[in-house]
Design a protein around this ligand. Sequence first.
Ligand SMILES: C[S@@+](CC[C@H](N)C(=O)[O-])C[C@H]1O[C@@H](n2cnc3c(N)ncnc32)[C@H](O)[C@@H]1O
Length: 263
Amino acid sequence: MRKWLIGMKSKKIIFDEYYRETHGQRWINLRSALEKEKQMQVLKSADGTQAYYLDQASLIAAANLEVGRGQKVLDLCAAPGGKSLYWLLKPELGSIQWKANEISMKRRLRLKRVLDQFLDREVRKRVEVVGHDARNWCLYEENAYDRILLDAPCSSEGHLIQQNQIASWSLAKVKRNMANQWAMLCSALAVLKSGGILVYSTCSINPGENEEQIERFLQSRSGQFEVLQGQSPIGKKLRWGWEIFPDIAIGAGPLYFCVMRKN
Ligand SMILES: C[S@@+](CC[C@H](N)C(=O)[O-])C[C@H]1O[C@@H](n2cnc3c(N)ncnc32)[C@H](O)[C@@H]1O
């Protein structure tokens, strides 16, 4: 038992040391902001009877997808479905075609439940829920969607802190997340139509999963896409994307997003 406790403590120390090195002076404030409960925004179901709670930062990232009438949209990592709901609850989008993908069967069932409960029947009919690996999507389709949302699986440090699960964090997992995000980005770019828009987002506070990932992507795919400004009323504009972290964004986030257009 004692040995186990020592193991837990050392993992917490490694976690703190790693992020203190990454964020410098800012880490103390950022860490305590991550511990606090967030204020959530509400999305009302189409019939007005149900409420879906979503962080303001997630709504901002979703809004940057700028979906238009009749467009073909792919949400590559969709469950539980908050960011898809943001758009699908807008009646003005008309005959939109929406594909919501989620690899985990359990989470896919939750996603379907959310869509069934929150959407108008006609809109629900236009949403296809599928369960593929986002990393391989480009093997089956290319130049197919006007808009792609890649809300990638990530280190989710905020959740780990709040759920007291820092012991499950490791550098090996960070590296695995980065490799998966990279594969998903490459796949998403191939699947996007020319002129189409891709929003990449994570809820990680690790620059390696965020801005540095985009920097590497730009270097390896130069000329194939451009990074757009993106917009957010809160948070901080970085060179490529936006950082909406709770210490600087009235408690919202953490969330990083970057908006790209395929050339
Ligand atoms: C950050 S969550 C998505 C949250 C969602 N966009 C929302 O707003 O409610 C990332 C999701 O990606 C899923 N995922 C992980 N690996 C995947 C893969 N290779 N292909 C597709 N989905 C994956 C996870 O199961 C998880 O549900």
